[in-house]
Design a binder for this molecule. Structure first.
Ligand code: PLP
Length: 406
């Protein structure tokens, strides 16, 4: 039985007030709050267990290395990757996708080669590919979503041509909550010999993910959305793609030997992790993932689906409210606008006065905003600790917006 009150008690910040009202935190799509076990792990990491990793032979360095390297196995389990050697640590999804752009795509793609992208993508899964367009003449091929915000895998597969070298697609839109059938995309792309990068930043927070079942080549995650520290993250890289990658960042830890005239590199995944990493951040992410797996991703998904259904039923009664995207099975992320001139920033400011934290803006998804014909939305994004009462609090704060702005 999913005990949301017990889970809430694990997150100290949820008991604070904002603007004299109980905090209703609905900005999880941007970043999630941290449970006490993660906060404790960070404190312990610095107060009792801190040293640099990999380099020392002293007690604390060995302890930090053991804990840090242990996280690779935790990420492997969380994603059901075949091997922990296919997990590269990053500072988050942005770094993960840039790593693939620089280390895998840049040396392989030539002018006229194509990358297939969906219009749902976050800038983190757009701009690294624009770099290749600007610098190497790579062509970006865009796949439009359907009217309900869903992405038809058939359209993605139809966009693959003889010059397509990569498909890069999100598993869940951070704006609309749309879930994308990445497994069908991967199966079809594999038949055409084209690798697939999946941006898993949002999806893996809300549902069980199995990269072996999906059959993707790259799967990027970011720790701070997974109730872990900012500056933590990882990317699953299929071993065959890893073998094709050249080193990206150069420095300590990623080498085997260095002379004045030569350098040889460490084996992957270390080859792609130069310099001192976010040691305590990654250890904190490992604790967060263990915490999530302890509760069970399927249980979290069921709770959030109930929140989504309830929110949708409440929104249905508000004829002055527009909810962007209503794809079947979408996640509990709602991009909202009001009929009339009200700006999403004003909505978010009024909600904030009621203690309700949402995000207003283009959500790092300008091509999607252009597609939707809006410059911004107010986004309410739910997480594992949100409640039905918080849906009601959101709706009553939106009613206030309508009274004041509508
Ligand atoms: N992709 C998606 C779908 C996101 O929602 C985000 C963060 O908002 C990112 C990528 C980038 O993640 P990060 O900023 O943690 O690197």
């Amino acid at each position: 039985m999913y005990d949301v009150e017990k889970i809430r008690a694990d997150f100290p910040i949820l008991s604070r007030q904002v603007n004299g009202k109980p905090l209703v935190y609905l900005d999880n799509g941007a970043s999630a709050q941290k449970p006490q076990v993660v906060i404790d792990a960070i404190t312990r990491g610095y107060a009792e267990e801190y040293a640099n990793v990999h380099r020392g032979l002293h007690y604390l360095s060995n302890l930090a290395t053991e804990k840090y390297e242990g996280v690779r196995g935790i990420v492997r389990r969380f994603l059901n990757a075949p091997s922990e050697d296919e997990i590269v640590f990053t500072s988050g999804t942005t770094e993960g996708i840039n790593l693939i752009s620089y280390a895998w795509a840049a040396p392989r793609l030539q002018a006229g080669d194509e990358i297939v992208l969906s219009v749902l993508e976050h800038h983190a899964n757009i701009v690294p590919w624009h770099f290749l367009r600007e610098r190497q003449g790579v062509v970006l091929k865009w796949v439009e979503p359907e009217a309900d915000g869903s992405l038809d895998p058939a359209r993605v597969l139809a966009a693959i041509g003889p010059k397509t070298r990569l498909v890069a697609v999100t598993q869940m839109s951070n704006v609309l909550g749309t879930l994308v059938d990445v497994k069908t995309i991967c199966t079809g792309a594999r038949d055409k010999g084209v690798p697939v990068l999946v941006d898993g930043s949002q999806a893996c927070v809300h549902m069980p993910v199995d990269v072996s079942d999906i059959g993707c080549d790259f799967y990027a995650i970011t720790g701070h959305k997974l109730y872990g520290p900012s500056g933590s993250g990882a990317i699953f890289i299929h071993r065959d793609r890893m073998a094709e990658m050249r080193p990206f960042l150069g420095g300590g830890d990623m080498i085997d030997t260095v002379t004045r005239d030569t350098v040889t590199y460490a084996k992957p995944p270390m080859r792609f992790e130069a310099g001192t990493p976010g040691i305590v951040q990654q250890i904190g992410m490992g604790v967060a993932l263990d915490y999530l797996m302890g509760i069970g991703m399927a249980n979290i998904a069921a709770h959030e689906h109930a929140l989504r259904d309830y929110a949708q039923s409440r929104f249905a009664g508000l004829n002055w409210l527009n909810v962007q995207g209503n794809a079947p099975g979408k996640g509990a992320i709602f991009s909202l606008t009001l009929n009339g001139p009200a700006h999403p920033h004003d909505i978010s400011t009024i909600l904030d006065k009621r203690g309700v934290a949402v995000r207003a803006g283009s959500h790092c998804a300008m091509p999607l905003m252009q597609h939707l014909g809006v410059s911004a939305t107010a986004r309410a994004s739910f997480g594992m600790y949100n409640t039905m009462a918080e849906v009601d609090a959101l709706v009553s704060a939106l009613e206030l917006c309508h009274d004041l702005l509508g």
